[in-house]
Design a protein around this ligand. Structure first.
Ligand SMILES: [Zn+2]
Length: 213
């Protein structure tokens, strides 16, 4: 986990939003390899092991299905062109956080090359995706354990282009910025559809647009 992501973490329990406390035990550069994330509200503690923050147990079956689907060419962001995803996100300036759901985490390296200084956060990344200096990995079965209005973009793999991930993606997204899903049928309250086609869907978060600096 990228240490500078600490301020954006959010306990997945249904209580008020609060900062989490991060206690690193082992670092590799600016990445926490081993440690604990603590919630000051409900006092829960979440382990960081091999760089992955485990906010909750995730089903291995979902991972297997997603991997099999991508392998069979059934769609999913792994098949998407990172140049296309990058242009659909429409980010004009470098930096910030972009969230990648499920198989979209496989695009982390390619997207990082195209986005100067951006940090990528993979939520429930498919098997074989590992932490890197540009990629933090978080796991939870039904929430994106991040604060609202913090991400400059959200990309969902085909198998993650459904609830609860669309609503969670919309929640963490900054107003005026975009969610890109590797699917053509997406129902997303809170997002305005900007484009659909070629297996991709793009929506923009409604609400007061905070202009990027
Ligand atoms: Zn909590």
């Amino acid at each position: 986990m990228f240490i500078e992501l600490s301020e954006f973490l959010r306990c997945p329990e249904p209580h008020e939003e609060s900062f989490c406390v991060v206690a690193p035990d082992e670092m590799a550069g600016r990445m926490i390899v081993r440690g604990i994330v603590g919630c000051p509200v409900c006092r829960r503690e979440y382990p960081i092991t091999q760089g992955v923050v485990h906010f909750g147990k995730t089903a291995a079956t979902a991972e297997t299905a997603a991997t099999a689907g991508a392998g069979a060419g059934a769609g999913g962001a792994a098949d998407a062109d990172p140049d296309v995803i990058w242009s659909l996100l429409g980010l004009a300036s470098p930096g910030g956080i972009v969230v990648l759901g499920g198989s979209a985490a496989r695009l982390a390296g390619a997207l990082a090359e195209r986005m100067g200084g951006v940090h990528l956060v993979g939520v429930n990344a498919t098997a074989g995706v590992e932490m890197s200096p540009v990629l933090t990995l978080l796991r939870h079965p039904s929430r994106i354990p991040l604060r609202q209005n913090m991400a400059r973009g959200v990309v969902l793999g085909g198998e993650a282009a459904r609830e609860p991930w669309i609503s969670e993606g919309a929640r963490v997204l900054l107003p005026g910025l975009r969610l890109v899903a590797a699917a053509e049928t997406v129902s997303a309250p809170g997002l305005d559809q900007l484009a659909v086609g070629r297996g991709m869907w793009v929506g923009q978060k409604t609400g007061n647009v905070k202009r990027e600096t």
